[in-house]
Design a protein around this ligand. Structure first.
Ligand SMILES: [Fe+2]
Length: 410
């Protein structure tokens, strides 16, 4: 899948959609060399959606200059917020409407991408985000969008879904439409060097969870599984290298590529119970998404391992990663995969219990009730009812049950 160019840099270009309407290009400094010319073919007035936190790293200024030098008008919108809401997407769309733009560029992490997509829905089709909750509810054409991630995590750059929260209920609405898929995604690992260590850890673990959850959902198919498998392999091999050496550009590039493959897997396969359980921990306990997902992932994988198909898939991933012999049985393979996940969580310093996060006061029954209502719950390979979620949350209360019994190295 990966090539080296004449200078020894990693390069890659692949299409992630069944047709050729999304192009993903990858390479060090590829933004500098490719963005201007390609953006010019897509529009004349770009709306750059990002967050103010990136200004310090200089990324928005750099992108504005590349676009201006190529003859495009640029309007900068740097007010996207973490966990974007309907009202924050409305504000963004109002600015876009007043500016008369014809191209949207999302620069940053998942929140900026989601804000950019949400803005696209509202600007071109009107109404409120709740009108697009679900799949394929935008009737009118949407503007072309370019996605430029600066974190390796959400994979939103390879998805047609905008995750936008309802202002009042805080419930995350997955608003998906093929027309919202970025037509161009630029993966430049140099842009991820500015991530603080904690962000690298949380987003990397989130991407790992995306690979593993999408691999076993009841919607998985050969194409989604191919993306899940590539994602898992790239992330599990390279995330420890990034933790050990944050400036290892090759390892960062591979994690970025892995995160995007995981995003492409989600697009076709959805997610599972770890994300269902994580969302209430974020909404009610304020726990960062990557931490919440990482904390619950091993328990969900243990729960899923009872399903023969999920167990067999975990075992296959385990064999591909060299965690077990080819001849090892599925149970052993699944067990070793979970141990590998625990070791990666330990390297990322993800807390093992709700107590360690200071949220032991949260009501288990309410959390379980909320988890059962999350959209991803329906795609988990094993059906979960509220008592199942309660049991899984209780495991996070009990420190002993979450101990790493046999930590492994990289
Ligand atoms: Fe996630």
């Amino acid at each position: 899948m990966l090539d080296l160019d004449s200078s020894g840099n990693l390069t890659m270009s692949f299409f992630t959609k069944d047709d050729e309407s999304q192009e993903v290009i990858f390479g060090e400094n590829i933004c500098d060399s490719q963005l201007g010319g390609r953006a010019k073919k897509l529009g004349t007035h770009a709306f750059l959606v990002t967050d103010s936190g990136l200004s310090g790293a200089g990324h928005p200024d750099k992108i504005c200059k590349i676009l201006s030098d190529s003859g495009l008008r640029v309007t900068l919108y740097d007010r996207s917020i973490e966990n974007p809401t309907d009202s924050s997407a409305q504000t963004c769309a109002e600015v876009a409407r007043r500016s008369g733009i014809d191209l949207i560029i999302g620069l940053g992490g998942g929140s900026s991408m989601d804000t950019a997509k949400g803005c696209n829905f509202l600007l071109t089709n009107g109404g409120r985000m709740v009108d697009y909750w679900g799949i394929g509810k935008a009737d009118k054409p949407m503007l072309p969008m370019v996605a430029i991630p600066t974190t390796a995590g959400t994979g939103s750059e390879c998805q047609s879904f905008a995750l936008i929260s309802d202002d009042e209920t805080h419930r995350k609405m997955a608003c998906g439409d093929k027309k919202a898929l970025p037509c161009l995604t630029i993966l430049d690992p140099v842009l991820t060097l500015s991530q603080p260590a904690k962000v690298t850890a949380c987003t990397g673990i989130d991407a790992l969870a995306h690979a593993l959850e999408s691999a076993v959902t009841n919607k998985r198919n050969p194409r989604s599984y191919r993306h899940s498998r590539i994602a898992f392999q790239l992330i599990q091999e390279n995330l420890p290298k990034v933790f050990a050496e944050p400036n290892d550009l090759e390892a960062r590039g591979k994690v970025l590529l892995g995160a995007s493959h995981a995003g492409a897997a989600i697009e076709r396969s959805m997610l599972g119970a770890a994300h269902s359980m994580a969302n209430p921990l974020t909404a009610d306990g304020g726990i960062v998404h990557g931490i919440a997902v990482g904390m619950v992932l091993p328990a969900v994988m243990e729960f899923n391992s009872v399903d023969p198909d999920a167990c067999s898939t975990y075992a296959e991933l385990s064999r591909i990663a060299g965690l077990v012999e080819e001849s090892g049985d599925d149970q052993e393979g699944a067990r070793e995969l979970i141990l590998k996940v625990r070791s990666l969580l330990q390297l990322a310093e993800i807390p093992k219990t709700m107590n360690a996060c200071g949220i032991n006061h949260l009501d288990i029954h309410n959390l379980a009730k909320d988890a059962s209502k999350q959209w991803t719950a329906g795609f988990n390979p094993r059906t979960l009812k509220i008592p199942d979620f309660e049991k899984l949350y209780l495991k996070l209360h009990n420190e002993e049950s979450c101990e790493i019994s046999s930590p492994q190295g990289n």
